[in-house]
Write a protein that binds this ligand. Sequence first.
Ligand code: G
Ligand code: G
Ligand code: MN
Ligand code: NA
Length: 248
Amino acid sequence: RQIETGLSEAIAKGELKLVFQPIVGRDLNIAGFEALIRWCSPEYGMVPPAMFIPIAEDSNLIHELGDWVIDEALAALKSWPRQYVSVNFSPRQFRRHNFVGHVVERVASAGVDPGRFQIEITETAIFDNAERAAEILFKLRQMGFRIALDDFGTGYSSLYNIRRFALDCLKIDRSFVDGMGRERESAAIVHSVIHLGRALGMEVVAEGVETAAQLEALRVAGCSHMQGFHLSRPVDAEEALLLAENGS
Ligand code: G
Ligand code: G
Ligand code: MN
Ligand code: NA
């Protein structure tokens, strides 16, 4: 309740900021950045999104917050030479009335090519209402947006989603990358998702790459893209621009 009030004021007071984490290709060039929200509250300190996003989701605040994220991400993207921006959308945002029209309008008024705007959703967003999700994803693809399935392999993961929805990108959940060096199961799952993605012409992003050994194993396995602290932590907009211009 208190956090909810604080959060609604946080936007106006400029306490929210976006950070950007590079998503790199095999040659370590930066293909895109994932936008991640941060709330630096003078009252509560650094509030992690895992704490305030669910609170925003329980109220209509998520829409105001989501709009702020989209606009901020677009503003950053405009100065990058070629990279895409990947924006997280929670299930509730995805179910918003006229979601597609809303996103299209914001991206268009920023004068940005939808091909440089990636929408990250989890399978939970699809699972809730598969019919409606199919319609939304189809429309977004038609408009030229990139679609990524986030945290792939966790929750109600289904190959059906991959068959049914045209996706641009699969993001392998970091729990599998973490387990890769220890467990046969994780390694096998990572390998098969990489092959599946390649066979279907999708980008596959391994998340949570924290060590040189993981990076090497993923490259050997043929993974197209990597993201994680070993490559770069999320950085502020200024630093993201420098990285984008240098390309690595
Ligand atoms: O950045 P961090 O690891 O703390 O993110 C924790 C969770 O918050 C992740 O699941 C991430 O997808 C989510 N998250 C981060 N930024 C945003 C955002 O701008 N919008 C939404 N809906 N979720 C976000
Ligand atoms: O759920 P989602 O994939 O959107 O979550 C993204 C979150 O993962 C971000 O908040 C980011 O801070 C975090 N993250 C990014 N790279 C790493 C990593 O290498 N290790 C760990 N533990 N977390 C990471
Ligand atoms: Mn994500
Ligand atoms: Na993820």
